[in-house]
Structure formats: structure tokens, C-alpha cells
Design a protein around this ligand. Structure first.
Ligand code: F6R
Length: 387
């Protein structure tokens, strides 16, 4: 293997100016912090606050509202808990709620910055309909909105890019959800706690000190470099495929898309018939889990691979590690974090800033100023709460 730029600490350090690699290495500790801070069942902390908020309510369904690096925690939670959920758990990424969401539902509003207009707008829509809510944020307007309506606010430490705060946001969402009494909360917390050693070990295996020759995350970035990434998931790896895509976009500054088996066999696979050279610019990542794939999914994956490998720039099969359902999902999430950061370095970009997202948010602030209208609607709601 040729010497890689990724093995040059000076070059890597210069491009990763804001320290994304260091943040990823510290991120298993974020989950430890959440468990220590929010998971105590001592009748006083976060779990008690949530239990008292929903006391007497028969919850028909739960929806999670967020965008981008915040919303993905909702997808991961829904995929993780799917086999044990007694009610629907939906994720909404929009400015308002569908008309059929009523007071029998509970909303969890997730915005790391607390300033994302879609999340704030949906929060106001929910409060105008009298729907109970819980807010998870590091501050911003969402924190203020929750203080005005009296909804519980569960805090996470600020100062990171939202997507880099996943291991604060996701465990906090999981603990918050467990407080609703719909699933076995201690079992959830136990599974989460059990993932931490695996996550720490994963960071050691994929970290910058491990040379490209033996580092699967660096090797993955090198295969993706110069191509569009297509990530194929299935079942509980749907959210993982989506996270992969988002990280390749936001950290890697690289186009990517995701799809899932079996749906992709009804449309996406036919795109690979193209003989005009388009497919040669696409690298395909297939998430496989032989111990947890049904015979139908295994057959579909094998068939799809045969079609794709003839045409793609490269095809890469990824398998999770760990034993629990959640550990297997999160092992690939960390691989995506590292590989996308290495890809940014190969692309000559700083993985941390997201100028195109921030630029649009600034423009919306100037041209639309939705916050002002939402603050007015909030004052009406807060007036009713205080009457
Ligand atoms: C940036 C990132 C974005 C944000 C999104 C919503 O690092 O991950 O996808 O998550 O723009 O912002 P928040 O999460 O603050 O509500």
C-alpha cells in the first residue's frame, strides 16, 4: 500500500483544525456522562421529572422532531427499539405536524443548537394543539420555549457540531424515552451501558495513530475518495445507512446517498444497468450482518452485490461488531464518523465546519425571520399556560 496522507499527523492536524478526530475519540465518554447524569432512578432526576410530566396520560404514540444531526438520534432509537415498541414511534422532519397527531401523542423535540427553525415551528404547532412535549437541547430558543410552556427540558453540554454530539443526544433521547414507561427502561440503560467498552475499543482501532495498512476506517475513506458514495442498509441498519450518508456529506464534504433492502431491489438496482460510465463514479457500501439477516435479505444482498460489482468504482461490505442490537448499530456509526472525517482530509477539507448549512440558516434569518413570528405565537401559548 502507498504511504497515505492519512498517516501524516502534521497534514491531518492542519486540515482537521477544529479537532473532529479528537471529538470522535472522546465521544464514548459522552454516553458515560449521559448515563451518570440522566439515568439515575432516585426519584429526583430526569427520569422522575419525565414520569411526573406524563403521569395519568395514556400515550398512544410518540413522535420525535428534529433535523439533520439531531433527528438521526430518533431514527436510531426507532430502529433499535422496533421489536419491543408497544406504540408507534415516528420521526418528523418538517415545519409542522400531520393533522392526525393529537393530545394522545407525546412529542420529543430535539435540537442540539436549540435554534433550528423547523423544530421550533413544529414545537409551537404542537403546543397550540395542547400536545405534551419534552425538549432535549444544549440551549438556544428551544430551551427558552420549554421554559415558557413549562415542558421538561433535558440538557446536554454544548459547544460541538450537532452531528458530533450524537453520543450525547442519542443516549439522552434513549433515557428520556425510557422515562415514559413504555419499554423496560433499566434494560435499555443496561444495553446502552454495555456498548461503551465496544465503542472505546472501536475508537482505538480506527483512530489516527493506526496506520492505513491496518486501519479499516482509513481504508474505507481511501476507497470512497473521488466517488459518490451509495450506502445500502436494511432493517435496523436503515438509520445507520442514513447516518453514514449524512456524515459523508457533512464531515467528508462529499456527495452520498443511501437506500435500503428490500425496497432498493424495486428501483435502485435497475439504475445499475446503465452502461454510459455513470456507475463507475459510484462506490457502493453494503451493510451486511450475516447472523441477523433473514434468508430473503441475504439472497437479495448477494444478488445485488453481483450486479453492482460489475459496474461500481468499488464495492465495500461492512459488518458490525458487538453482540447487542444497539452495539452492532453503533459500531458502524463510529466507523462512519471516522471514515467520513478521513475522507474530508483526502478531499482537502476541514471536517468540522458546515458553511453551506450555516450560510442558508443565516440567509433564512435575514429574509424570513421565522423566529420573531414564533416568539409571538409562544407568548399567546405562555399566556394561556400562566392563566
Ligand atoms: C451540523 C449538523 C446539522 C444540524 C442541523 C440541525 O453539525 O449536524 O445536520 O444537526 O442543521 O441543527 P440542530 O441539530 O442544532 O437542530
Amino acid at each position: 500500500m502507498k504511504p497515505s496522507l492519512l498517516d501524516d499527523p502534521a497534514a491531518t492536524g492542519t486540515l482537521d483544525a477544529a479537532g473532529m478526530l479528537g471529538t470522535i475519540a472522546r465521544s464514548p465518554g459522552f454516553a458515560t456522562w449521559v448515563l451518570a447524569t440522566h439515568a439515575a432512578s432516585d426519584g429526583k432526576g430526569t427520569l422522575a421529572m419525565i414520569a411526573s410530566h406524563v403521569a395519568g396520560m395514556t400515550i398512544k404514540g410518540v413522535f420525535i422532531v428534529g433535523m439533520g444531526g439531531s433527528a438521526i438520534s430518533g431514527d436510531l432509537l426507532a430502529d433499535w427499539l422496533r421489536p419491543v415498541l408497544p406504540v408507534p414511534l415516528l420521526v418528523f422532519r418538517d415545519y409542522d405536524l400531520p393533522p392526525w397527531i393529537d393530545r394522545t401523542w407525546l412529542g420529543i423535540f430535539l435540537s442540539y443548537s436549540g435554534n433550528t427553525e423547523e423544530t421550533l415551528s413544529t414545537y409551537i404547532d404542537a403546543k397550540e394543539r395542547g400536545i405534551p412535549g419534552i425538549c432535549i437541547t444544549a440551549g438556544g430558543a428551544l430551551g427558552r420555549f420549554a421554559a415558557a410552556t413549562g415542558d421538561p427540558r433535558v440538557e446536554v453540554p454544548g459547544g460541538l457540531q450537532p452531528r458530533a454530539a450524537l453520543l450525547y443526544l442519542f443516549p439522552t433521547l434513549a433515557i428520556t424515552f425510557s422515562g415514559l414507561g413504555l419499554v423496560d427502561g433499566p434494560a435499555m440503560a443496561g444495553e446502552l451501558r454495555g456498548c461503551i467498552p465496544l465503542l472505546e475499543d472501536t475508537c482505538k482501532r480506527y483512530g489516527p495513530d493506526v496506520p492505513a495498512a491496518t486501519n479499516p476506517a482509513k481504508q474505507l475513506a481511501m476507497k470512497l475518495h473521488g466517488t459518490v458514495a451509495a450506502i445500502y442498509g436494511f432493517g435496523q441498519y436503515t438509520s445507520v445507512a442514513r447516518r453514514f450518508k449524512g456524515q459523508i456529506n457533512e464531515n467528508g464534504k462529499n456527495p452520498a446517498y443511501f437506500d435500503v433492502l428490500s425496497e432498493l431491489n424495486h428501483n435502485e438496482t435497475v439504475g445499475w444497468e446503465n452502461d454510459d460510465g455513470v456507475t463507475g463514479h459510484v462506490s457502493c457500501i453494503m451493510i451486511r450482518d450475516p447472523d441477523h439477516e433473514s434468508p430473503a435479505i441475504a439472497t437479495r444482498a448477494g444478488f445485488t452485490r453481483q450486479l453492482v460489482e460489475k459496474k461500481a468504482a468499488s464495492i465495500i461490505e461492512l459488518q458490525p461488531t458487538g453482540t447487542s442490537r444497539l452495539a452492532r448499530m453503533l459500531s458502524l456509526v463510529l466507523l462512519a464518523d471516522y471514515a467520513s472525517t478521513y475522507l474530508a482530509i483526502l478531499n482537502g477539507k476541514d471536517p468540522t465546519p458546515v458553511e453551506y448549512i450555516q450560510g442558508l440558516k443565516d440567509e433564512l434569518g435575514r429574509k424570513v425571520n421565522m423566529l420573531q413570528a414564533l416568539e409571538q405565537r409562544l407568548s399567546v401559548i405562555a399566556g394561556k399556560v400562566n392563566d
